[in-house]
Write a protein that binds this ligand. Structure first.
Ligand SMILES: [Zn+2]
Length: 231
């Protein structure tokens, strides 16, 4: 997918719904994602990534691979070990499957629910849950993005499912709720090294996790102007 610049999108009259742009932020690239769409992109060290939920009904599966060696990637299990938590919070530095720092979690406007339990949706997962949903799934989206980028890795690491509300109870059972993300909510991440990242706007409606039909997302790659007076 070709990136669309912030200026170009305004020139053609498409209004960005990202309404809470932090001061000092220079938006360099915007990837609008309709439900079921995904994008793979190179994210260089020092880039700030915003994953935006414009309308509040969209879960976004996120993957990050080390650019120089994609067998090293963001791993949910390693982050649960590193942070001794099932939910990662602003202030955490997210690590790889070799405990290398990949992404600094710098800001979160939600109430903090982002799922680290669930596998990506796939043709097999829809079959498992008895759904006949026939639409793009997040696993296929990841594999296509990797293939298009020439990255020869065929595993699908469990993604970090932004805006997905899940929790485990005292008996170890996992429960899903409807996302509590509201329009304009976003997660901000800072790239600690050169990465290839994939973002997939999930189409699943199993369990009403999206609070109705999913409504799309925006991925922004930015840099902060350190000279801005607010920083
Ligand atoms: Zn999905």
């Amino acid at each position: 997918m070709e990136p669309v610049s912030y200026v170009e999108r305004h020139m053609v009259g498409i209004h960005l719904t990202y309404t809470r742009v932090p001061r000092g932020l220079i938006i360099e690239t915007v990837y609008p994602l309709a439900p079921g769409e995904s994008v793979g992109c190179c994210v260089t060290t020092g880039t700030t990534v915003h994953v935006v939920n414009p309308k509040g009904h969209q879960i976004v599966d996120l993957w990050a691979f080390v650019a120089s060696d994609p067998t090293e990637y963001l791993s949910m299990a390693h982050n649960r070990t590193a942070h001794y938590s099932t939910r990662f919070q602003a202030g955490h530095v997210l690590v790889s499957n070799r405990f290398k720092n990949l992404l600094r979690f710098t800001d979160d406007t939600t109430d903090g629910f982002h799922d680290s339990f669930h596998a990506a949706c796939s043709a097999q997962s829809y079959a498992l849950f008895g759904s006949d949903q026939q639409h793009p799934n997040c696993e296929d989206n990841l594999q296509k993005a990797l293939h298009d980028a020439g990255i020869a890795i065929q595993i699908t690491p469990p993604p970090w499912n932004l805006f997905e509300k899940s929790f485990a109870d005292e008996d170890g059972l996992i429960h899903d709720g409807t996302t509590s993300a509201t329009a304009g909510d976003y997660v901000e991440l800072y790239a600690e090294c050169d990465l290839f990242m994939v973002f997939s706007a999930c189409r699943s409606t199993i369990g009403n996790i999206q609070g109705g039909n999913p409504a799309g997302a925006q991925i922004l790659l930015n840099r902060y102007d350190n000279a801005a007076d607010s920083y």
